[in-house]
Design a protein around this ligand. Structure first.
Ligand code: IMP
Length: 203
């Protein structure tokens, strides 16, 4: 594997697609950790950044390769930060996107106006090896509000109920390139690539 290739410490197809879309044009290639049958890291820490670091170290330890991790989720301040780090399993272990969305809409049923504000959060970590003492780390937020019912067919996760700030569109109605330009993941990844370039001198 060349130095511009990384293991992606995630089994989430939506993330793999988005990250590959964004890194591909830069000549950077990501391979899913499932290619090496890496077991999922335990996500037991209370913050996205700690969980991203644990995932990146886990994938690097099993593959011996540089590893990129994204720990992300939806934060709704009026629900005390839910679903937060539990976004993928909000409706229970193994929950699908539809049941997570249904639980969120039910929790917000009586909420109006600013109480429906929410943001996506992304913590992105790149380790060059499992015990890398100086990982590259970035975080970003994407602000919006939660709709009353799903709209659009694109994206993944909570995209159909996330209305982009200043627009009537849901994230699932955006063209992929548009989402990449403004999303939490797009912002965090661009900052990470800038750090990588600075560290490498060039890439
Ligand atoms: P993780 O794999 O533990 O980081 O969980 C991430 C979860 O957060 C996903 O399964 C989605 O439910 C949600 N999520 C993260 N990013 C996005 C996004 O860009 N759109 C919609 N949902 C997202």
């Amino acid at each position: 594997m060349k130095s511009t290739e990384f293991v992606l410490a995630s089994g989430n197809r939506g993330k793999l697609q988005e990250i590959s879309d964004m890194l591909g044009p830069l000549g950077l290639v990501v391979h899913p950790q499932s290619d090496w049958s890496v077991p999922e890291a335990e996500e037991v820490a209370p913050t996205f950044i700690e969980n991203a670091l644990a995932k990146a170290r886990n994938a690097a330890r099993y593959t011996g390769l540089a590893s990129l991790a994204d720990d992300s989720g939806l934060v709704v301040p009026s629900l005390n930060g839910e679903p937060g780090i539990y976004s993928a399993r909000y409706a229970g272990a193994g929950a699908d996107d539809r049941s997570n969305i249904n639980k969120l809409l039910a929790a917000l049923e009586q909420h109006t106006g600013t109480e429906r504000r929410a943001y996506f959060y992304c913590a992105m970590v790149l380790v060059s090896m499992a015990d890398d003492p100086a990982p590259l780390m970035t975080t970003a937020r994407w602000h919006g509000r939660i709709l009353r019912s799903p709209r659009g067919e694109g994206g993944f996760g909570y995209d159909p109920v996330f209305a982009v700030r200043g627009s009537q569109c849901s994230a699932a109605e955006l063209e992929p390139e548009h989402k990449h330009r403004i999303s939490h993941r797009g912002q965090a990844l661009r900052e990470l690539v800038a750090q990588l370039r600075e560290q490498a001198g060039t890439c």
